[in-house]
Design a protein around this ligand. Sequence first.
Ligand SMILES: [Zn+2]
Ligand SMILES: [Zn+2]
Length: 416
Amino acid sequence: MDNVTKNCQNCKKDFIIEPEDFNFYEKIKVPPPTFCPECRLQRRMVFRNERSLYKDVCDLCQRRIVSQYSPDKPFVIYCRECWNSDRWDSLQYGQDYDWEKPFFIQFQKLLVKVPRIALVQLSTNLNCDYANFLADCKNVYLSQSVVESENIFYSYAVDKCFDIFDCSQVKECAQCYENIDCIRNNNSKFLFRSRECIDSSFLFDCVNCQNCFMSSNLRNKQFVIRNAQYSREEYEARMKEIHPECYQDFINLKSEFSSLIKNGIHRFANLVKTTSCTGDNILNAKNVRFSFDIPTGENLKFCIRTVNLKDSWDVTGGITGELVYETAVAGHEGNLLCFVSNADILREVEYSDWCKNSSNLFGCAGVKNKQYCIFNKQYTKEEYEKLRARIIEQMKGMPYVDPRGTGTPNLRHIFR
Ligand SMILES: [Zn+2]
Ligand SMILES: [Zn+2]
């Protein structure tokens, strides 16, 4: 099969569907997309509010909470403890399928009434009430997208780190401040695109360095200042003359560092230990294309910030799993998910939001520990398969409605 050029139904620009894309759509049995990759990303990001947090009250226990939904939204918001408790049952919101109405109009009605969790926090997180998009963390404050980490403050995209302040895109770092796009650094400040560095500061594109200062493009060095080699004694003596704790000196050092980055040699992309990858900030990966911020992955396309995901297209956020498509927050162990958001441990799930520990769901919201549900209503396996197939058949005949034109309720507005 050759490349096929299509016109995006949203932005009206042409985009290309490649043979590998068709193979993937065939594998998971979805029709090729009608939106271009950028418009698909925008549609997914509507479901992902990482940083705008609001004061709110849990609608069940009335405790004061921090929420990613502003209080003027029509949603029912529960704190994590209440949502996970047995004090409510998502199946009590079950709806029969109405063949007179389009699927999405009915799905929206369900999404508005079923309780959702204030913040996206997967597995167990301790003392993390002011942080969003976490999994298995302890003591995280005003940070986003943090996985298996402890003592993290004001940081973004952090994996397996300890004692981190003001960092972005860091993996396996400890005791670091202002590290950006860094891996396995220790006790270091102001490091940019550097890895395996210890007791260093103001380094750009350095690898395996120890006690180095204000340098760029170093490999396996020790006692280097401004790209000049010193003995241990000289290094220690010279470092005593530098005072980043003095405000004016610090401002001067930051300005010097900016020039250093500008004049350093830049790699075309931050790709480390990768094979056949295109994008940026990708490591330990194979066949990852048009993707960004992938600490490990295989056979991915149009993905952002997924950890250890395989054979998936169009995923924003997810930890382990495979065959995931068009999903914002795939959670842990997402398998065969299509058009899902806020998932965790799901298998064979389509068009669902905030579901957990379940399989074979279609058009569900807030469903936990269930199987074979449509619009939060329980069916037998046979009933489920028949009804699902019939709904998909009906959806094929539905015309696309531009939500900006008519104000018709549509998934694209409901979180705005
Ligand atoms: Zn488009
Ligand atoms: Zn509560």
